[in-house]
Design a binder for this molecule. Sequence first.
Ligand SMILES: Nc1ncnc2c1ncn2[C@@H]1O[C@H](COP(=O)(O)OP(=O)(O)OP(=O)(O)O)[C@@H](O)[C@H]1O
Length: 219
Amino acid sequence: MLELSGVDKSFHLPDTGRVMVLNQVGFFLEAGTTLAITGHSGSGKTTLLSLIAGLDIPDAGTIRVNGIDICTLDEAALTRYRAASISMIFQSFHLMPHLTAAENIALPLEILRQDRIQERTQSLLEQVGLTHRAGHLPGQLSGGECQRVAIARALIVEPALILADEPTGNLDTDTGKKVADLLFNLVETRRKTLVVVTHNQDLAARCRETKILSRGNLA
Ligand SMILES: Nc1ncnc2c1ncn2[C@@H]1O[C@H](COP(=O)(O)OP(=O)(O)OP(=O)(O)O)[C@@H](O)[C@H]1O
């Protein structure tokens, strides 16, 4: 489902010159599997997730999602890939502040001009336990509720792949556990493929596979 091979990524910094962040990273992930990527701060976890999301391109290597190397896609095809094949969940939720919970969840369907938007949004609101908060703005919701909205928004397009960057990082331990319960429950029921980047060992332990990023290598 997801296959990386020989992925290199470096950044040019004015003071120190070129810094190699990822060095010949490769792995294979079957559809329906959950993978945690851990590693110390600055080891390149977010960089790796950005490459898989098609938000940045590697210096070398291939990133295949369902057999297609996303590094070879043109901008239009990449935009379609980002809109329809993957969803991202962020530590700081990244909700649109002027849209209600329901509108945030529906947004990907609006962008993709899909049908049954209201019905599908209601269903997702129900599944994340937020029907009673449908008309509330993110600023009127708790952190845990915001992340549940973000999880619903991530799932509504039925993406092949969900990428989560510290999804419980902004939540207290108890709320983080409840949000993780919800995320894993929905992902496993729908047999989605999930890659989670996290420092949280409890969260990592819930994934079927765990890999550590260190000195540019993933093992
Ligand atoms: N656009 C960029 N330009 C220059 N350097 C960058 C850029 N993006 C990331 N880096 C550098 O790449 C390295 C890896 O950063 P990254 O954010 O991927 O680490 P991380 O493992 O996600 O860290 P954290 O756990 O603290 O979020 C860091 O040294 C960072 O400074």
